[in-house]
Ligand binder design. Structure first.
Ligand SMILES: [Zn+2]
Length: 80
C-alpha cells in the first residue's frame, strides 16, 4: 500500500490496519527503523506491569508502570 508523507512527516495508517492491530485514536505507537533494510516498523505500545506483566489497574510509580497489586506489594516490602 503506497501512502504519501505530508509536509509534517505524517503518514496516514489505514483504518483496516489500525483495527487489525487494535490501534485507536490517542494510542501510542513505537517506530523502529530497521537498519540496512529501508523499513520502518510501527508497533502499538502496550503498557504492562514491569513486575508481573498484567495489563490491568496500571499506575505510574517513579517512571515505572506497575499494576495496583505489585505497587502495593512493593510498598509493603519497602516499609518492612
Ligand atoms: Zn504487577
Amino acid at each position: 500500500m503506497i501512502k504519501k508523507v505530508d509536509i509534517n512527516g505524517r503518514v496516514h495508517v489505514p483504518i483496516e490496519m489500525r483495527a487489525e492491530l487494535g490501534i485507536e485514536t490517542g494510542d501510542e505507537v513505537n517506530l523502529t527503523l530497521l537498519s540496512g533494510s529501508n523499513q520502518i516498523v510501527i508497533e502499538k505500545v502496550t503498557q504492562q506491569c514491569a513486575i508481573c506483566g498484567s495489563k490491568k489497574n496500571l499506575q505510574l510509580v517513579s517512571d515505572t508502570i506497575l499494576c495496583k497489586f505489585c505497587a502495593q506489594k512493593l510498598k509493603q516490602e519497602l516499609c518492612e
